[in-house]
Design a binder for this molecule. Structure first.
Ligand code: CO
Length: 210
C-alpha cells in the first residue's frame, strides 16, 4: 500500500468510529461551527493544535505558517483573523510557538534560502529588537529557545496592533490574546505572554476612530 492510501483507509475507519459513538456526529458538525478559539501555530507537523489540547473538530479555528508569524501584510492571516474575530466571535486568540522551531533556527542563521528569506526576515527583525538579551546567551539551543519565546510575544503584540483586534477590544471586550510555547520534548504548553482585552499598547499603534 502506498503511504497516501493508508491515509484514506484510516479516514474511513475514523469516520466509522465517530458514527458508532454518535450517529448524529457529522450531521451536527456539518451545520455550524462555533469555535471559541483561534489558534495561530507553526506548520511543524509535530505541533497539531487539536491533539495537544485535547480538543475536537469544531472547537478550534486554525491558521498555521512557518514559525507562527503575524505579518501585517499577510492577506491570508488577516482574513483568518477577521473571520474568526468578526464572524465566529472567538473569545481567545492563541499564538503558539514551539521550542526547537526550524523557522526560528533558520532565521538565526546566515543561509540564503531563496523565497523563504522574505518570510524569515520578520523573525530576524524580532532578533534585532531583542539583540542585547539574545547575544548574552552563550548556549546556541538556549538562544534559539529564548527567541522562540520572544517571537511569540512579538506576534501577540502584532495582533494587538491590528484594527481588527482593537475594534473588538473596544466594542466587545474580547478576544483575550495568549502567547504559548510548546515543548516537543515533554508535550507541554507553556504560557509566556498574554494581553487581556484593553491592554495598553505603544501609543503610535493605537487607532482612535474605530
Ligand atoms: Co516551527
Amino acid at each position: 500500500m502506498k503511504s497516501f492510501e493508508k491515509l484514506l483507509l484510516e479516514n474511513k475507519a475514523w469516520a466509522g468510529e465517530q458514527l458508532e459513538n454518535d450517529p448524529e456526529y457529522f450531521i451536527r458538525l456539518a451545520k455550524i461551527q462555533q469555535p471559541e478559539f483561534l489558534w495561530i501555530g507553526c506548520s511543524d507537523s509535530r505541533v497539531p493544535a487539536n491533539e495537544i489540547t485535547g480538543t475536537q473538530p469544531g472547537e478550534i479555528f486554525v491558521h498555521r505558517n512557518i514559525a507562527n508569524m503575524v505579518v501585517h501584510t499577510d492577506l491570508n492571516l488577516l482574513s483568518v483573523l477577521a473571520y474568526a474575530v468578526e464572524h465566529l466571535k472567538v473569545k481567545h486568540v492563541i499564538v503558539c510557538g514551539h521550542y526547537g522551531c526550524g523557522g526560528v533556527k533558520a532565521a538565526m542563521s546566515h543561509h540564503n534560502l531563496g523565497i523563504i528569506n522574505k518570510w524569515l526576515r520578520n523573525i530576524k527583525d524580532v532578533f534585532r529588537f531583542h539583540e542585547r538579551e539574545l547575544l548574552n546567551i552563550q548556549d546556541e539551543e538556549l538562544r534559539v529557545n529564548r527567541l522562540v519565546e520572544l517571537n511569540v510575544q512579538e506576534q501577540v503584540l502584532n495582533l494587538a496592533k491590528t484594527s481588527i483586534i482593537q475594534k473588538a477590544w473596544k466594542n466587545e471586550n474580547r478576544p483575550h490574546l495568549h502567547g504559548w510555547v510548546y515543548g516537543l520534548s515533554n508535550g507541554l504548553l507553556k504560557p509566556v505572554f498574554d494581553m487581556p482585552p484593553g491592554s495598553p499598547l505603544e501609543h503610535i499603534y493605537e487607532y482612535d476612530d474605530l
